[in-house]
Design a protein around this ligand. Sequence first.
Ligand SMILES: Cc1ncc(COP(=O)(O)O)c(C=O)c1O
Length: 386
Amino acid sequence: MITNAAIEAFRQIETPFYYYDMTLLRRTLAACVEQAQRFGFQVHYAIKANDDARIVEEVRRAGLGIDCVSGGEVSLALKAGFDSGKIVFAGVGKTDKEINLALEAGIGCFNVESIPELEVIDAIAGALGTRARIAVRVNPDIDAHTHKYITTGLEDDKFGISTRALPQLFAALRASRNIDFTGVHLHVGSQITDMKVFELECSRAIEIQKTFTDNGFAVANLNLGGGLGVDYYQPDINPVPQFDAWFETIAEHLPAAAGQTFHFEPGRALVAQCGSVITRVVFVKRGLNRTFAIVDAGMNDLIRPALYQAYHKVENLTGSGPERTYDVVGPICESSDIWGEQIVLPEACRGDLFAIRTAGAYGQVMAMPYNRRPFAKAYYSDEILK
Ligand SMILES: Cc1ncc(COP(=O)(O)O)c(C=O)c1O
């Protein structure tokens, strides 16, 4: 909920900017930790969702680990004070430099996505005189029924190892000299709100795990990835995602072996709802059949609608007139730079402040200076609402 006090504070700030509700962030992190503790689950925040320093600091304080997908993210997590043992490192294209960095830092686990990667990690660990803890990312081949650009667990996706390649993988693991196999990693996709998808993940996990144990590889750690979705349509009604339903589904459908630990890597669910892009109406322009509210935030600030046709709720924070219908668009010279078509909002005037909600995940991290626009700054509720 964007309060009146916040709107008053926004009036003094140059737009566009990211606004983070730190109270909601803390509430969300606490809900996740509380639910995870019920089942003894370990949670690693997928830092790719938002690596803003204040956000990352709150995650660290909440006691979570970190899921990284690049050497840059591993360095950032270490600099932010995360225990290296709580860092997991996924990604299909880890370079030698990144593998070296992660091994030297002693990270908790590499989530290995191919046999060539396994061989390279083995060789680099040998050269460094160390050992690499790894989990194997197996492709669960589940359709998460989400956008094709955020579905990552289908058999022919570039991520993970197909179950059909497991015999070769087992041979590679047996031939390795400097690898400690610790478990299996699965990730189905993102923005999943149907718990049946996670139920399916559980049944695939059981099958996959059996293949490993039958081949002599005990799965001490089972990482079930991230993917829990958020309510982009009603952010004020459902500000905190269903961590309870997610973890309960897993606990109910996936029995843990003795001594086994389950791990999770939520990104979006932890940070999406606490962030909004705050933008001003630059012009209201009447077209032939539609009226455009042209705002100063564009796809350079938040690319999700242009990249994934993603929906973000748009609100007129300062308008109080009768409702009218608008196409809300950004200033970028691309036709896809649209926040929403035919949206009903209180009458918009030049200078009105709009909020683009649920922008805390995959927003600021993907910002770019296209059209020579400056990066939007971030402001935090506990700093501007003193
Ligand atoms: C391997 C892996 N883990 C975790 C995540 C985080 O996903 P989400 O933000 O949907 O929770 C992703 C997202 O792409 C991923 O690829």
